[in-house]
Design a protein around this ligand. Structure first.
Ligand code: RIB
Length: 292
């Protein structure tokens, strides 16, 4: 089972022809308010792949909209707390090439309480369990410490990249998930080459160039499926959640990477982060089509 201590955001998404330059004012072509946040995107990807993750996080006390959305995806939400801070949000620009720029406001995501974490670990017991964390919540080092003491494996999505936090937890991580830029930043921080990042498992997503999975000295590559990109927001989250839904449940590596590549390929053909994550049936149809 996967216990995801993760962010929940409201994404305010503005479509723009190109990214604004410093000091420039642009008119957006469209605006949408959508569910997002790296944490919940990853939980949704796990759920859409057929597993039931337990999501531990927080939303604002007046929030109705986000929780309704989250519950509709079949995630265990019993440990999502109500905070006196507003629900976290992101302002996202997506340009005509589908690339994005994101500014996040932490809000309730940065108001996880030590008691909430302790209670979660009292409830989450058993063998072969994984804890998943990203850099959008507070108390990350405590969560990782408690996860290791409780015998969990820890998957860490080091995004957005925060050097101090990465340095604090890297020695306790079982699986580090990064994009190309985060891989370079991690390597620089540790004073090694990317291939020298010493974690048991390292997943590097490289967008349309595919992924690299380093495991105990072996390197596996998986190409990306080529598709028409509409919006890349949440593609890395989709890949990671889809991959973990297989890898953490003992599915063979190539199959796990193939499923995750297909899920994230489909996800970028649609607008939005969470709402664009495909269901298992859609991924299976896509994979069959790509076999021929
Ligand atoms: O990874 C994409 C996500 O980053 C968005 O959904 C946004 O909320 C930010 O957390």
């Amino acid at each position: 089972m996967i216990f995801n201590f993760g962010s929940i955001n409201v994404d305010h998404v503005y479509r723009v022809a190109e990214m604004p330059l410093p000091g420039e004012t642009l008119t957006a072509g469209s605006y949408q308010k959508l569910l997002g946040g790296k944490g919940i995107n990853q939980s949704i990807a796990i759920a859409r792949a057929g597993q039931v993750p337990v999501h531990i996080g927080a939303v604002g006390s007046d929030d109705g909209w986000t929780m309704e959305q989250v519950k509709s995806f079949g995630i265990d939400t019993a440990m999502i707390a109500r905070s006196t801070h507003p629900t976290g949000h992101a302002v996202i620009y997506v340009d005509d090439a589908g690339e994005n720029q994101i500014v996040i406001f932490g809000g309730a995501n940065r108001d996880l309480k030590p008691a909430q974490i302790e209670k979660a670990f009292e409830t989450c017991t058993g063998a072969d369990h994984w804890v998943l964390v990203q850099n959008e919540t507070n108390l990350l080092a405590d969560i990782v410490d408690q996860a290791k003491s409780a015998g969990f494996k820890v998957a860490y999505s080091a995004a957005p990249f925060v050097a101090g936090t990465v340095a604090q937890v890297i020695d306790k991580i079982d699986l580090l998930a990064v994009n190309e830029i985060e891989a370079q930043e991690t390597a620089r921080l540790l004073g090694v080459a990317v291939s020298g990042i010493a974690v048991p498992e390292l997943l590097i997503t490289r967008g349309s160039k595919g992924v690299e999975f380093h495991s105990h000295g072996d390197v596996h590559h998986h190409p990306a499926f080529q598709v028409e990109t509409v919006d890349t927001t949440g593609a890395g989250d989709t890949f990671l959640g889809s991959f973990l839904a297989h890898h953490c449940h003992g599915i063979e590596l190539t199959q796990s990477l193939r499923y995750a590549s297909a899920a994230s390929a489909l996800q970028v053909t649609r607008p939005g982060a969470a709402v664009a994550i495909p269901a298992r049936e859609e991924v299976e149809i896509f994979l069959k089509q790509r076999e021929t």
